[in-house]
Design a protein around this ligand. Structure first.
Ligand SMILES: C[S@@+](CC[C@H](N)C(=O)[O-])C[C@H]1O[C@@H](n2cnc3c(N)ncnc32)[C@H](O)[C@@H]1O
Length: 471
């Protein structure tokens, strides 16, 4: 007996099947059950039935019967479609999810990590070598034995080369390539931009100029300052004011509106032009009508030390006492001074220990095309505004006695924001750079301990508590 499939299933049976199965398999089933039932009911002999049935099966064998796909199969199909997608983002997404890619990526990541480690090692070694060289040269400089090349090299290692230094160092390096090793008695010609560049006009006394400019100054400069958002820089300048404050070249008092008097003990304004100072005085009184600890001094920054003397000494050989300041600020003054280096040196003399000099100035930029523009219009600028806007301020700062703590430049390098201190005073915590604060010392300690470990001649550290012989 041949076991035929059941000709008809109950409705509930079909209802229980998944829809796709019902839809795809029903026609075949019906055909099969119809054929079977016909043969079942016809009572012809068994062999004939078998043969016919075989034919039916054979005839149906060529028909494709669709099977329901599993979730995994559907996902795989979709993924393969995405791999061939004309949309490059879909295609890249699919590639990124592929097993081949993730295996390859692991290899790349390991490779990149190894490269990073090797690079890091070389970088740290280089940093350490530079640090050691700097330390050695600074020691020489402190002892007063450093030659010009070494002083320039210190600047290079600190990333503080000015244009004239770059040109000088280039000359020294040329000599080094030619085999010169000792530069003790070698002196290279000067490349001072402020002296050699004829388009940087000579300094002059601008008092008369500003006396005449005072009444129109504010109105004329307002627009220019707004265009370059100078208010933000003035705010930066004045936020440093604390304790006893001196503002040099105060002009018409354009910084007064940024003063925070809660941090100030006293304030002195200085300007060489009386007319400019009158306007500043008026502005101050409008804003702080009752403030008492304020002085308005008409005079030149070059004579500041004399101006700051507190009267004459009562006894012979007694030193005159000078007023000293916690903060000395100046905005756009150096470019109009007759002797900017002398002015800065006076600031240093009048600064209290740990005091700060804050400068907001304009001068040469960081790009040649900008400097060319400044040079070409230098004369016009001097005639309109009384200032030398193409001055190399870096040279002025380096020639003075102050030490720059922070130097930031904006407007293509033409606006200089400077924080400076007296030489020898310590930097404040907030003034230390990230590398200086966290990396340099720790790298040095690690490398030194590493060197000691590998050096058999290195001295053994004494046990704690062991007495140390001092010869
Ligand atoms: C360009 S204005 C700047 C004024 C003001 N600081 C500002 O930001 O608007 C230059 C000022 O410096 C003053 N000045 C020029 N030479 C000076 C000197 N040797 N000592 C003190 N002030 C001077 C001028 O009188 C003028 O008020």
């Amino acid at each position: 007996m041949v076991a035929f499939p059941r000709p008809f299933m109950s409705f509930s049976h079909y209802a229980r099947q998944p829809i796709s199965r019902n839809v795809f398999l029903q026609p075949q089933r019906r055909l099969l059950s119809f054929t079977c039932s016909r043969y079942n009911n016809s009572h012809v002999d068994e062999n004939k039935n078998k043969k016919k049935l075989k034919n039916v099966f054979q005839a149906n064998a060529s028909r494709t019967v669709r099977k329901q796909k599993s979730k995994e199969e559907l996902a795989k199909e979709k993924f393969e479609e995405q791999l061939k997608s004309p949309n490059r983002f879909v295609r890249w997404g699919a590639i990124a999810r592929s097993e081949k890619f993730s295996k390859g990526m692991t290899k790349y990541m390991i490779g990149a990590y190894v490269v990073f480690l090797i690079y890091g090692l070389f970088f740290t070694k280089k940093l350490f070598a530079r640090d050691k060289e700097l330390e050695r040269l600074l020691k020489k400089q402190e002892e007063g034995n450093a030659n010009e090349y070494e002083i320039l090299r210190v600047k290079e290692l600190r990333g503080k080369l000015r244009r004239r230094d770059e040109l000088k160092l280039k000359e020294y390096k040329k000599m080094q390539e030619e085999g010169v090793e000792d530069f003790d008695d070698v002196h290279v010609q000067s490349f001072d931009q402020n002296k050699l560049n004829e388009q940087i006009l000579p300094a002059r006394d601008t008092t008369t100029f500003y006396q005449g400019k005072a009444s129109e100054y504010d109105k004329a400069i307002n627009m220019e300052e707004k265009v370059i958002f100078l208010g933000k820089r003035r705010k930066w300048l004045m936020k440093h004011c604390q304790g006893d404050v001196l503002e040099v070249s105060c002009g018409t008092g354009r910084n007064i509106k940024y003063l925070d008097m809660s941090r100030i003990n006293s304030i002195t304004f200085l300007d060489s032009s009386e007319n400019m100072m009158d306007i500043a005085h008026q502005k101050f009184r409008e804003k702080f009508p009752k403030y008492k600890k304020v002085a308005f001094v008409v005079g030149k920054a070059e004579n500041l030390v004399d101006l700051a003397e507190k009267g004459k000494p009562s006894k012979e050989n007694e030193k005159t006492e000078q007023v000293k300041y916690d903060t000395i600020v100046e905005a756009f003054g150096l470019c109009s001074h007759e002797d900017p280096v002398k002015a800065l040196n006076n600031f240093v003399k009048l600064l209290k220990p740990d005091g700060r000099i804050i400068l907001l100035e304009h001068g040469r930029g960081q790009y040649d095309f900008v400097n060319k523009m400044l040079d070409n219009r230098a004369e016009k600028r001097l005639n309109t505004w009384g200032c030398r806007w193409n001055l190399d301020l870096g040279e002025v700062l380096d020639d003075s006695d102050l030490e720059v703590v922070e130097e930031k430049r904006t407007h293509l390098g033409t606006t200089w924001c400077i924080i400076a201190k007296r030489k020898g005073d310590l930097k404040k915590k907030g003034e230390l750079g990230f590398v200086e604060k966290y990396l340099q010392s720790s790298i040095r300690k690690r490398m030194e301990s590493f060197e000691k470990k590998n050096d058999p001649d290195s001295e053994k550290q004494p046990e704690p508590g062991t007495p140390i012989n001092k010869s």
